[in-house]
Design a protein around this ligand. Sequence first.
Ligand code: MN
Length: 725
Amino acid sequence: MARTELDSQMLLGDLESILQYRLKRRDKERILEAYEFARFHHQEQVRDSGEPFVSHPVEVSKILAQFSADNDTIVAGLLHDIVEDCNVPLSEITEKFGETVSLIVDGVTKISNLKLNEKLESKVVKSRMKVETLRKMLLALSNDPRIIIVKLADRLHNMRTLDYLKDEEKRKDKARETIQIYAPIAHRIGMHKMQAELEDLSFKFEYPEEFKELKAKVNKKLKERQDIMDEYKNIVMRELRKNRIAARIEGRVKHLYSIWQKMVKKNRSFDEVFDLIALRIVTGDEVNCYKILGAAHSLWPPMPGRFKDYIAAPKSNGYKSLHTTLITHRGEPLEIQIRSERMHKEAEFGVASHWVYKEGIDVKDRSWFSQLVDWQKDLIESFKDIESISHELVQEEVFVFTPKGEVVHLPRGATPIDFAYAIHTEVGHHYAGAKVNDRLVPVNYELKLGDRVEVIVNKASDGPSLDWLKYVRANSTKAKIKRFFKNEYSNKLIERGKEIFRKISKRLAVAMDELIESEEIQHLMVRLGVHNENDLFAKLGDGSITMGEVLGILVPKDEEVETLPEETELVKQKQVKGNEVIVGGETGIAVYFAKCCTPLPGDDIVAVMSSRGISIHNRDCRNVRDISREKLVEASWTMASSEKFSAWIVVEFDSSDKSLMNKITERLESKNAKVKKYSVESGKWGYDTLMANILVKDVGQLTSVMENLRGMRGIQSVKRLGGVS
Ligand code: MN
């Protein structure tokens, strides 16, 4: 009894000294009551450290006091494990300690319960649990941020005492979970002090060797630089006194995990990352901040481009401070942060800073965590995908972050494209590049735990590239890319087929709808095994059936079907007896030359089989690109040709020179290129366009003719039609 008395008095004393104010009598009574209640129910339990279990809730309540937590929250901290570990009904807590305490304890219990089951579950369920845990946590959070603050304090104390856990794997598991789930949440609600300690502890247990090494390095450096730090502090302090500005100056050292992250992720050396000489000046109010800035800039010259006014323009998470970098008399950069006490508390405590100013956390004021609710929505969205594709769950996973600190869950080996698609399908489709931890990375970069990924989006891009399939990891990403191409491709085929069908209907002077309803077309669709008109159009579009075949069905046999030039973009320009081209190794085969690309001897050509014969196209003709492989036959020129071939050229020329048209035709004729026909169009920018159909022996002659024209005064450009230059 005596010992309990002493412990409870010690707790009150500790809490009062942490809180820096005297607790009211009523508050003291509640704390004592909660302590006794917890001690009684936990009396059988012992921590891994060998201490009585109640030492844990006591420490949690002290951590909460460090954040100036209100009395309900401190009491809830003392009781947070009671329901879960001791089967005390929640109603008893409500009765004894009130609605608010009970609500917080309940939220914490729900989160912890899910944790507890995790050990028993298979790998798949385990991952689901992780997702569920996160959700519950975030949902709890939207009810009352105090739940999450207690949970973070609970985790912090467990991490501080993780040394006592014997199983190394379990230690690492806890560390990983902390860095993946709890530290980002602390970051999100602005509790950066909490975040930093959680990260450093996780780092210590997950990478003990690296942690030890880095810690030693940092301490050594700090010792080396101590004198210089003090010198700078004194110089600044003297200047502030001279200007009668009250402020305190702290040396500022980044926490170990953030140093390590920069070294590993940005592949920098310790010296590059470790900006030792950084000072933080904390003062009374905003006006003083600017006065101090002026004083600092009068001491040493500021480095151009390094001044940031986050007071006038706070960061999106509400962060306020002035940042500047000075070049000291030693010729080295000195980073300085200037902020008011309030800004300082807000930067370190986040949502909890409301307690510091005795404002209380207004649960009804949603603005504080509306960001969190958004985060939650995003998370649930991104997890949905993962859940629906179950075998991804058993893959190892990697957690990465958006620039705002949101967690994105991806399979191990995932690349920035996977990340982009996880954010949103449209972001994926318009992916143009990515920065990981502020560095541009290649498309095949493998994302690592904790990477901060920023996607660069090009809204003007047409969509993904098929090459991406080589670089993505998540099956959901592959599915999204493939779906894009499937839609894209079939839409194009349908469009093209529809166009052909429109021509058929025009030729027959029957409305398209009517034509589709016709018995003949319905029969055709049955024969082709297609179920709707779009499928029929697609067949026409990919050339499975031709316009001629469809016309053949619709028009009685004895009626002559005139072949229109646009039907297949072919014209019976010249039927060659067969000595000009070799088709599939044979000469003497009757062929047509395509009008769309007008192939010339010397051009790289290909033969296309169609219902009306064999047509010869240039290999890179855009009409060939979409024709199915089995309809293409290798073709080449024989060298024995004496025939002339026609080709179209387009010449842009200066319209002010009236004699130029004649000079061009003269030049062409003089080069033995006979002009068969031509047309001239006047253009907008002082240039007219001549389209000429000329006869040449082969591509060599055409090239030299074109070169010759290009050398003429007043000629803007000379091109061969069909894109073949
Ligand atoms: Mn606990």
